[in-house]
Design a protein around this ligand. Structure first.
Ligand code: WTA
Length: 660
């Protein structure tokens, strides 16, 4: 489509799943009429709508003076300007007064079955205050950046909330990223503290986080202190003067720590995410709008009620974990389950085991996990008692109707509504999603917009697409949790999101809207690849490949994968005289894993003598995509290519690889 083609949309799904009467009666949003009425208010009177919710859902140290402003020209967005609040106060302190003091805030299940820790709101509050004091003692102040590179352990949530308590800005780097990626992210935001762990086990593998971090810090960075959590009891060299142990600092720290009252628009965190070009960008979320957006979507979309046990299986290193393991649930006073392990260890029923063990009521996961567990057969979920489940959720990539139906049948026992939630790192909170007591679902559709969200599918020329006509998904106005800027590069924020269709936020996704106004997300239209729901930029993998001495040029494209959703297919042109061997293929794969991280491992590497390019030298990815997916016969016009002969060579090369 980036090559000027229109998006074809062929999916036809006729099954419908209305909410049950029993469910709707108890839900916050009980009917389509109620949804429509609230949606109408949120659009016609945003001030009234959000003002009321913000007063009801959040604690304010002082109230805002201007509810919302939007400078379209300069892409400057503000919500609740003039208001003061503290995120950790909202997630912790106020629950100590409202009857939730001894309620479980976080239930942590370690990778080993017998490792479970529960933090009540009071206990979590104490730990957060102590760690906030540790940070303070190291000179961390409001506005300073703190990088976090931790596995899924409670210290991760504690560190986030401690930063929020003193107004420091956290930047979490997913543990599956390499030293190189960590180094780039530290350099971009100039953080002075890094929090990591000695390492952690993932299934049978050991991830040496501290050793990775040491490599990232080798050449001198802004980092002054490294705080290390002793998670695995692993061998772990500590650099005197720089590295300190979490538990030793905590033992010295005081239990009380006054929160810093932040401005509504003070940054809360930076989270790096991949786009179509260049290095990952630091998405900046601010305080009030983000917190409100995550809290209210959490409550309404998952229909959280006071005694529910809620479990989101994402990693906190991604936005889903930020918004829906930590901030949304804790702000709403929920019990959030945090799981360190993987779905297949020690065996493939781990998810079902955990649901049974903790009587989970709300379960939020990803299509890739569903597909991989579906392959193992329904006997696994069927051999566990999953009757506690009430709501199921899906996120991260389009869910194919087959996986949706399996989830519905064997996990939800045909009883639980599924909320297929569409959103992004940039959007902060859920955007297009069913409300489980109100909206009839259709497998594969994220259904209708949440309050305050105005989506529009537009064509190449910016005009609105017709019913069921595929196009680019835009959002026509800001909502409270939208990102505010790219860290240090506001121009880039404007350019990436607001210029393709002037005055509209461009999501980078394609979609269609059907005759009932339901949205069907069709996937990315930029060079972002979703591997097992992880967001990988083609540019990052390509630059990793060309940094290898044997490589002259590289281009990567997505290919469909039955479990991962998409996988990475790399075309690589070697330098003159370098031999194309399987050994080199392996070496290149290892190189990408080192440079970007294991999550970016190419599935296939095809060597080729050249790339299909336009006469101006631009690589035509459309052609590479077709070659990679074996659909090159639909190529159509290749006359704009500088060397049309290359296409046949690529097709032959791809066939030869498939025969292997
Ligand atoms: C995709 C993850 C279809 C989409 C929260 C989006 C989805 C990108 C869905 C953002 C869904 C996310 N249906 N596609 N329910 N949810 N996506 O930033 O392409 O990691 O643009 O945020 O994931 O990925 P990100």
């Amino acid at each position: 489509m980036s090559d000027g083609k229109t998006i074809e949309s062929v999916m036809e799904e006729v099954r419908r799943f209305p909410p049950s009467k029993e469910f709707s009666e108890k839900a916050y949003i009980k009917s389509m009429e109620q949804y429509r009425e609230m949606y109408r208010q949120s659009i016609e009177d945003p001030e009234g709508f959000w003002g009321k919710i913000a007063s009801e859902e959040l604690h304010w140290f002082s109230k805002w003076t201007n509810l919302h402003s939007w400078d379209k020209e300069n892409a400057i967005i503000k919500w609740f300007e003039g208001g003061k609040l503290n995120v950790s106060y909202n997630c912790l302190d106020r629950h100590l007064e409202n009857g939730r003091k001894n309620k479980a805030a976080i239930i942590w299940q370690g990778e080993n079955e017998d490792e479970v820790k529960t933090y009540t709101y009071q206990q979590l509050h104490t730990e957060v205050c102590r760690f906030a004091n540790v940070l303070r003692s190291l000179g961390v102040k409001k506005g300073d950046r703190v990088s976090i590179y931790l596995p899924m352990i409670p210290e991760l949530a504690i560190a986030m909330l401690a930063c929020a308590r003193i107004g420091a800005i956290h930047s979490i780097v997913f543990g599956g990223f390499s030293s190189e990626s960590l180094k780039d992210r530290i350099a971009d935001c100039g953080s002075k503290i890094l929090i990591t762990a000695d390492g952690n086990h993932r299934g049978s593998k050991f991830v040496p986080l501290k050793a990775n971090a040491d490599v990232a810090l080798e050449k001198g960075t802004s980092i002054e202190k490294v705080i290390v959590v002793n998670r695995a009891g692993a061998e772990c060299p500590m650099e005197p003067g720089r590295d300190i142990w979490w538990h030793e600092e905590m033992a010295k720290a005081d239990r009380s720590c006054e929160p810093v009252w932040c401005d509504a628009e003070d940054p809360l965190f930076i989270l790096y995410t991949s786009g179509s070009t260049g290095k990952p960008k630091g998405v900046v979320h601010t305080t009030a709008g983000y917190l409100l957006g995550t809290c209210i979507t959490f409550k309404y979309v998952f229909d959280y009620h006071e005694n529910d046990t809620y479990w989101c299986t994402a990693d906190i290193g991604w936005i889903t974990g930020h918004s829906y393991i930590v901030y949304g649930p804790l702000c709403a006073g929920a019990t959030t389950l945090m799981f360190e392990g993987i779905p297949t260890y020690p065996q493939v029923d781990r998810f079902w085991n955990i649901i049974e063990k903790f009587k989970v009521n709300i379960f939020y996961t990803a299509p890739t996990a569903i597909r991989s567990l579906m392959r193992e057969g329904e006997k696994w979920p069927q051999s566990r008692d999953l009757s506690s489940l009430r709501v199921l959720g899906s996120v991260g990539e389009p869910i194919n109707p087959e996986a949706w139906m399996w989830f519905h049948k064997y996990v939800g026992n045909e009883r639980c509504p599924i909320v297929d939630t569409w959103w992004q790192t940039e959007t902060g909170s859920l955007m297009i999603t069913p409300l489980p007591g109100a909206i009839t679902t259709k497998p594969g559709s994220a259904t209708l917009p949440f309050f305050g969200v105005v989506p529009e599918v537009v064509k190449d020329d910016g005009t609105k697409a017709g019913v069921n006509e595929g196009g680019y998904l835009c959002i026509t106005r800001p909502w409270p949790a939208i990102m505010r800027t790219v860290w240090g590069q506001h121009e880039r924020f404007k350019e990436i999101y607001w210029t393709r269709f002037p005055g509209k936020y461009f999501t980078g996704d394609s979609a269609r809207c059907d005759e009932d106004g339901y949205y069907w997300i069709m996937g990315r239209v930029d060079d972002v690849i979703k591997v097992s729901g992880h967001r990988i930029g083609a540019a990052e993998v390509e630059s990793a490949l060309v940094s290898h001495h044997a490589v002259a040029e590289a281009a990567i494209v997505p290919v469909p994968h039955p479990i991962k959703g998409e996988a990475i297919y790399a075309f690589v042109t070697l330098k003159a005289g370098v031999e194309e061997t399987d050994q080199l293929r392996k070496e290149l794969i290892a190189h990408v894993r080192r440079e970007v991280g294991p999550i970016a491992t190419p599935e296939v590497i095809q060597f080729c003598p050249g790339m299909p390019k336009t006469r101006s030298g631009k690589i035509m990815r459309r052609i590479l995509r077709k070659v990679a997916t074996g659909t090159a016969e639909e190529l159509g016009d290749t006359s704009t290519l500088a060397d049309p002969g290359i296409v046949d060579v690529l097709i032959q090369g791809s066939k030869a690889l498939h025969r292997k």
